[in-house]
Design a protein around this ligand. Structure first.
Ligand code: CTP
Length: 397
């Protein structure tokens, strides 16, 4: 499964670096190519010679290594691999990644890459539990970085808890999962996400509270199953996931145009919170307080993108999934919405302020299909996304 796969292995400065030697051996047993990068701190724990001998490859250590730059620049090095693995992923490396630092070879490679990254965290339990590390971890996950471990157990420092690096074979399994082709390989899936901004004048607009978190998580989960994802997003709070084709739009009209432009997709998920109305008398100049009373805004209804795609007679995706953001009679309204819009499934959620769902980290959804409804327990938006992506894979794979 890993034959001919190319892993760029970044070895950070932690006591678990010795396990990375075994990891190299396990990867090579599976015929993977391993290009090692050893940080300065990492070289305090394992020697460059042992790493490079085990990998059977040149080792990279310095950002300003002219010989290496002449052979393969650091940008190229960061992109040549199928996967970048950071093991041990120290607290310092995770902080650099989360902060976007590029002050040594490892952090520069991690910032320059467009390849997926898997981190095997390894550190003292207090460092792992520290809010800064947990914040960095959340940021990295939000950026689409994969993680394996840490495990619970005795630590080299004499303490007990979470922080032990995952075992080499666990890391190998995570690498295999990350590189697996997945059930959606070769399938094109369209995802809309985020709010839309409808201009009032050149400086003001009408928006809504959507953060784009749920749509982003869905795009990421579909890509993780191997889908070729086109992600059409309004101005969201969260950055788009890695490894998907991103089309940025502002207004509902632009979103419709972008969706219409996308080549045929096997499935489409409409998670965007599209503004229902736009200001039809939006002008080219800023509206001024000129003493002549309050301005009057006139509204026009925006095109319904979900309904437009659901009702296509030619090239309709075989599975169209809509969302229903409701504050009252959630199931009844969402069931009616599914029929009215003509989509196959509706993911219904209660967005009343008391639920904390709009802009929050969790979601509480009911999946409504032609066969009835399925109530899912409240869970993180990432987990909702994974479950929905798995269902989509079952339906169209
Ligand atoms: N949607 C869309 N284009 C619009 C409005 C909504 O594609 N102009 C999609 C959303 O992406 C979502 C679904 O339609 O998948 C339902 O959105 P929602 O805001 O719940 O419903 P509305 O159509 O706005 O209906 P209402 O305001 O009456 O609840």
């Amino acid at each position: 499964m890993l034959a001919d796969k190319h892993i760029l292995l970044i070895i950070g400065g932690g006591i678990a670096a010795f396990k990375s030697l075994d990891l190299i051996r396990r990867l090579r047993e599976r015929s993977a190519k391993v290009t090692p990068v050893l940080t300065k701190a990492g070289s305090q724990f394992v020697t460059p010679l042992s790493v490079s001998a085990l990998a059977g490859e040149k080792i990279y250590q310095d950002l300003f290594d002219l010989t290496a730059e002449a052979e393969m620049g650091h940008i190229e090095l960061s992109r040549a691999a199928d996967l970048i693995v950071v093991a041990p992923g120290t607290a310092d490396l995770m902080a650099k990644m989360a902060g976007g630092f590029a002050n040594d070879l490892a952090s520069t490679l991690l910032l320059a890459t467009d390849t997926r990254v898997l981190v095997a965290p390894s550190m003292n339990v207090r460092m792992w539990d520290h809010p800064a590390t947990q914040r960095n971890l959340a940021t990295l996950k939000g950026d689409g970085v994969l993680t394996v471990g840490p495990n619970e157990g005795d630590m080299a420092c004499g303490e007990y808890g979470y922080g032990r690096m995952a075992e080499p074979l666990e890391i190998v399994a995570a690498i295999e999962t990350a590189l697996s082709d997945g059930p959606l390989k070769g399938k094109h899936v369209l995802v809309t996400s985020g709010p839309t901004h409808e201009p009032i004048d050149p400086v003001r607009y009408i928006a809504n509270r959507s953060s784009g978190a749920q749509g982003t998580a869905i795009a990421r989960a579909l890509a993780a199953l191997g889908a070729d994802v086109t992600f059409v997003t309004g101005p969201a709070d969260v950055p788009p996931p890695q490894g998907v084709r991103v089309v940025k739009v502002q207004t509902a009209a632009e979103m419709l145009a972008a969706v219409t432009d996308v080549p045929h997709a096997e499935a489409a998920v409409f998670a965007a919170a599209v503004a229902d109305w736009r200001v039809s008398n939006a002008g080219p100049s800023k509206i001024k307080k000129d003493g002549n009373g309050l301005p009057t805004l006139e509204f026009a209804e925006n095109p319904d993108i979900l309904a437009t795609v659901s009702k296509l007679t030619k090239n309709r995706p075989s599975l169209v999934v809509g969302f229903a953001a409701e504050t009252d009679d959630v199931i009844a309204n969402a069931t009616a919405k599914r029929l009215r819009k003509g989509c196959d499934w509706i993911v219904a959620n209660d967005v009343s302020p008391a639920t904390g769902i709009m802009g929050g980290a969790e979601n509480d959804v009911t999946l409504i299909t032609a066969d009835g409804s399925e109530d899912w327990p409240r869970m993180g938006k990432d987990d909702v996304a994974k479950r929905l992506a798995a269902k989509i894979a079952e339906a169209i794979a």
